[in-house]
Ligand binder design. Structure first.
Ligand code: ADP
Length: 629
């Protein structure tokens, strides 16, 4: 490892180690983090650590921000390595400390000398009792959207957040937000397969009055579109978005809630744009999104962009929002049938009580990381969702809000519907996409096995049936979701390759060799798929189109091993279109609101990819505004 000391460290000196000498200067250290190596530069003088700088890392944005800011500072201020790790970011925390230790060794110092004394704790101050107009449980996408909306309406807001940082699952997500957006979508072509998809929604037998109304509206809009000669231009509308969401959730959702979301999602996109989020100038189609209406940020990686945009706006507009970090909401306080506050456990186990003058908003996410709840409620996966199945979720997502709401009398809906994301890393269950979501899926025998643009439940079931229970997602290097050697989730491609999480082949033959697939079969698979891309008709698996950036015309190629893991829980607290929580008696519970993954009734049996963020941010906004009334 290269160092930048004033001294040249010779092999002899290294062998001599701490007992012989200790050098002043700046030394580099390195340690493996969550995603990749973390590199630091440590300046020492007279056995004192003067400075620690992180000079290279690919840790996840949002999750790693706090350890990267606090740990180096705590080490220098206390001249010790014995500092707390940050809950929820322990890999990054250990990596920073490990890298500093490595640098100290290179300086000829003994790291054990810096481990003595009491551990420096990371903690925050939270008052035992406080009051606000609106209290929000959970600072993920829904919670921060609600916080901003309520504060913009003049409410004083307190957000109670279990973790030491904001973001929840929202910052771990790819970041897609579905909304019908004619100007952007008009730039894309509409294929015959896509026209058939619209027709199938129009031909659906109406199941209720609203369904009939929406089909009628879509017929009109689409009829006018075709009449204007736009049959080859991609069509979309909030009605098509609603009808697809409902149909592909097997009609199990509440269509009124669905349509409320799809009608208001375009305003969510516009609002965030005005707040400074730069949208990519195109829409794409995430895994299981069924239609290319997914928006994502150009100026941020993954879902962190949403959280940062909310916190930046709150700061810029000086909105009265306070976050109580490391504070876990435990129960709702009710008085005369109305929810008037939250009881919580604060930092260091201290009791915290927050009273709400106007309302409490539950925005604590689903229960994807709670194995017991998964097993208790699952109705789709036949006992598969125990520890054997990983999750993409943050460890904080344990269904707390659902349990609290139920105890306070709330009705639950759709609890048995749990979504597996088909395309996660087989060892960690995380989403570390290098290829586009709907890129080519190839099994271990070198064959395609599914229409990659299908619903997530269909894809996951198909994936679980493949030999070995895993498959490969393949794409060309040119079309991968990589900028400057880094994937959309912030991981370095070279490290993924080194860790065996990604394979690169210059030619089909090399890719086949590295994935243990028969080269002839793989070549046939690519050739057949490319023929479909050149003339997107009659795909053997019914794929409707060869979306941009999917074709496999020429190498080099990537292949990433994939396996399904628990991603989203569709069930939760029952709400109205005004985000008010409905009780078991069918009446709203005064003072209680909910938004995001903690709620049920919006996605039915299967959630469309890119609808979770549309739901969380849109209903978050509604809940915030309503609670502030
Ligand atoms: P959504 O997409 O619905 O906003 P997220 O998963 O993004 O859901 O965010 C949920 C947030 O709620 C996370 O930041 C999580 O740490 C927080 N949370 C979960 N349970 C509690 C709890 N009991 N008290 C406070 N915060 C919680």
């Amino acid at each position: 490892m290269k160092h930048t000391a004033k001294f040249t460290v010779t092999a002899a000196a290294m062998a001599c180690a701490a007992a012989c000498w200790a050098a002043d200067g700046t030394f580099e250290g390195v340690e493996q983090g969550h995603n990749d190596e973390v590199k630091v530069q440590v300046t020492v003088s007279g056995k004192t650590i003067k400075d620690v700088k992180i000079v290279g890392d690919h840790e996840s944005p949002g999750v790693s921000d706090l350890p990267k800011a606090w740990i180096p500072k705590a080490i220098v201020e206390n001249n010790t390595l014995n500092v707390d790790s940050i809950t929820g970011a322990s890999f990054t925390s250990f990596a920073i400390k490990g890298a500093v230790e490595d640098a100290l060794k290179k300086a000829g110092l003994n790291p054990a000398d810096f481990q003595k004394g009491k551990k420096i704790p990371y903690t925050v101050k939270v008052p035992a009792k406080s009051q606000a107009d609106v209290v929000i449980v959970g600072g993920g996408g829904a919670g921060m959207s609600a916080a901003m909306a309520a504060a913009r309406k003049g409410a004083k807001v307190i957000v109670i957040e279990k973790m030491p940082f904001l973001g929840g699952n929202t910052i771990l997500a790819g970041g897609a937000l579905n909304a019908a957006d004619e100007p952007l979508q008009e730039k894309q072509k509409m294929s015959e397969g896509q026209r058939k998809m619209i027709q199938s929604v129009i031909d659906d037998k109406p199941r209720n009055k609203l369904h009939e109304e929406l089909i009628g509206k879509l017929k009109q809009e689409y009829g006018a579109w075709l009449k204007a000669g736009k049959q080859d231009v991609l069509f979309d509308s909030p009605e098509l978005h609603a009808l697809q969401t409902w149909k592909d959730g097997d009609y199990e959702a509440n269509l009124r809630l669905v349509y409320n979301m799809t009608k208001k999602a375009p305003a969510t996109v516009e609002r965030l744009g005005k707040m400074g989020l730069q949208w990519n100038p195109y829409t794409s189609q995430y895994v299981g999104a069924l239609w290319p209406r997914s928006h994502d940020a150009a100026n941020y990686r993954s879902g962190i962009g949403y959280i940062n945009t909310y916190t930046d706006t709150i700061a810029k507009e000086k909105l009265p929002v306070t976050v109580y970090y490391m504070t876990k909401a435990e129960s709702l306080i009710k008085k005369d049938g109305r929810v008037v506050g939250v009881k919580a456990t604060g930092p260091e186990g201290k009791a915290v009580e927050v009273r709400a003058k106007k309302g409490v908003v539950l925005a604590s996410g689903g229960f994807g990381a709670n194995v017991k709840m998964r097993m208790k409620y699952d109705k789709l996966w036949n006992g598969l969702l125990d520890e054997r199945t990983g999750t993409t979720n943050s460890r904080a997502i344990t269904g707390d809000g659902i349990v609290m709401a139920e105890k306070a009398g709330a009705a639950l809906t759709g609890m048995g519907y749990i979504q597996l994301l088909p395309v996660t890393d087989p060892t960690t269950g995380q989403t570390i996409a290098t290829c586009e979501g709907t890129a080519l899926y190839v099994n271990n025998n070198g064959k395609r096995f599914v229409n990659e643009m299908q619903r997530r439940d269909v894809l996951s079931k198909a994936a679980l049936e493949q030999p070995g229970g895993t498959f490969w997602r393949m794409c060309t290097v040119k079309n991968a979701r990589v900028k400057n050697g880094v994937t959309v989730h912030g991981l370095a491609v070279e490290s993924l390759i080194k860790a065996g999480k990604l394979v690169r082949g210059e030619t089909v033959e090399e890719l086949a060799k590295k994935t243990n697939i028969d080269p002839k079969t793989l070549k046939e698979t690519f050739d057949k798929f490319n023929a479909f891309c050149r003339d997107p008709k009659n795909d053997e698996f019914g794929r409707p189109s060869c979306a941009p950036n999917i074709q496999m015309y020429e190498g080099p190629y990537y292949a990433e091993p994939r396996k399904p893991s628990v991603h989203h829980t569709m069930g939760g607290v029952k709400i109205t279109t005004a985000a008010r929580v409905v009780g078991k008696d069918g009446k709203v519970i005064p003072g209680l609101y909910a938004a995001g993954e903690v709620t049920g009734g919006i996605h039915g049996k299967n959630r469309i990819g890119g609808n979770a963020i549309a739901d969380a941010l849109t209903y978050g906004n509604i809940a915030g505004e309503e609670a502030a009334k």
